[in-house]
Ligand binder design. Structure first.
Ligand SMILES: Cc1ncc(COP(=O)(O)O)c(C=O)c1O
Length: 352
């Protein structure tokens, strides 16, 4: 059986995005999900959609959802692509724009899926390291890369690159620039308008974070018609299921609910950052629904283990630039109070 599997696939570790909780009663602040439920309209639409039509395949083109998204972004339906989570869209970008041995440029530390996708495709990774305080030297990005990924806001840092800077980069690059905006709804600004100015810019968005639909697996991309067409050519026929299309459309139509939950999360994010800062932590400015913070005078890994014992899951990434920090997803106010109390109960942190 092993002989049937390509050698490079055997070498790859299975990609597991985050730890899933196995015990009830855990406070899950480790995978940047939304702590609030999706719009009530999602439940209404799903209830109505659960009937005998489930025997039918879904619309392969996700046309109704694409039209709804297009009208909000004032573009054509053919400028919108819908995928099985934005992860699927990122994978399709490799298939569509970067074949074997083609150069794919991305920063590090950033979304851990990028290097995995590059390896699966046998493409050539060009890694640009973030500098001090997570500043990114965009001039170091290679002009001749077939594909460039930039998560904005970035993970795990939560930091943001201004639109002007990414516009300059888009102008300079010869290949496709994917601006991964999975967390953009939590930021003060975003780069979505760049796809109208630059035919090589593809914006990707997620329904998993701001729309509270991680369980439905829907993401979308905005780009020039030629880019969208290339993605349509390489996708599976029925890549987004019937219920997911219906749920995402209902969620997208309820922009009021989106604004309300985003506002709550941003408010809690600011409170969490302020409190940690007051207790001596170093906290990077976050434009996302998580905070990347460094505990004072104690290894982050120890705080991580202490929190896990207290049944609070946060994310710890070992490594030169990440190993002194913890990434904490913004939960409800109650969850964050519990987290802060759990941190406070740690003997060496109590003094700070
Ligand atoms: C930067 C970034 N892009 C994309 C994704 C994937 O999102 P989705 O759930 O839409 O596949 C994530 C998920 O955590 C992410 O952090």
């Amino acid at each position: 059986m092993r002989a049937l599997i390509c050698p490079h696939i055997r070498r790859l570790k299975a990609y597991v995005p985050g730890e899933q909780p196995k015990i009830h009663g855990l406070i899950k602040l480790n995978t940047n999900e939304n702590p609030y439920p999706p719009s009530a309209r999602v439940f209404e639409v799903l209830k109505r959609a659960i009937d005998a039509r489930l025997r039918l395949y879904p619309d392969p083109a996700s046309l109704s959802l694409r039209k709804t998204i297009a009208s909000r972004f004032r573009c054509g339906t053919d400028n919108v692509f819908v995928g099985n989570g934005s992860d699927e869209i990122l994978a399709l970008c490799l298939r569509a724009f970067a074949g074997e041995k083609r150069k794919v440029c991305f920063p590090e530390p950033s979304y851990s899926l990028y290097p995995v996708l590059v390896q699966i495709q046998h493409a050539k990774p060009l890694i640009i390291e973030f500098g001090k305080n997570y500043a990114l030297g965009l001039k170091r990005f290679r002009r001749d890369a077939a594909l460039t990924f930039i998560a904005n806001p970035n993970v795990p840092s939560g930091t943001f690159i201004p639109k002007r800077a990414l516009a300059r980069l888009a102008r300079r690059l010869k290949g496709v620039l994917v601006i991964d905006e999975a967390y953009a709804d939590f930021a003060d600004e975003n780069c979505s308008s760049l796809f109208k100015k630059f035919p090589n810019v593809l914006i990707t968005r997620s329904f998993s974070k701001s729309y509270s639909l991680a369980g439905m697996r829907v993401g979308f991309a905005l780009g020039d018609r030629a880019l969208i067409e290339a993605l349509l050519k390489v996708k599976d026929s029925y890549n987004v299921d019937r219920l997911a299309q219906a749920a995402a459309e209902a969620a997208f139509r309820d922009q009021r609910h989106l604004r309300r939950t985003v506002k709550r999360i941003r408010r809690t994010r600011e409170r969490l950052s302020r409190t940690l800062l007051k207790r001596g932590w170093e906290v990077l400015p976050s434009s996302a629904n998580f905070v990347f913070a460094r505990p004072p005078g104690i290894p982050a890994a120890r705080v991580f283990r202490h929190l896990r014992r207290k049944k609070v899951l946060v994310r710890y990434f070992p490594g030169k630039m990440t190993g002194r920090f913890l990434r904490i997803s913004v939960g409800t106010d109650k969850e964050i109070d519990f987290l802060l109390k759990a941190i406070h109960s740690m003997p060496r942190l109590m003094k700070s």
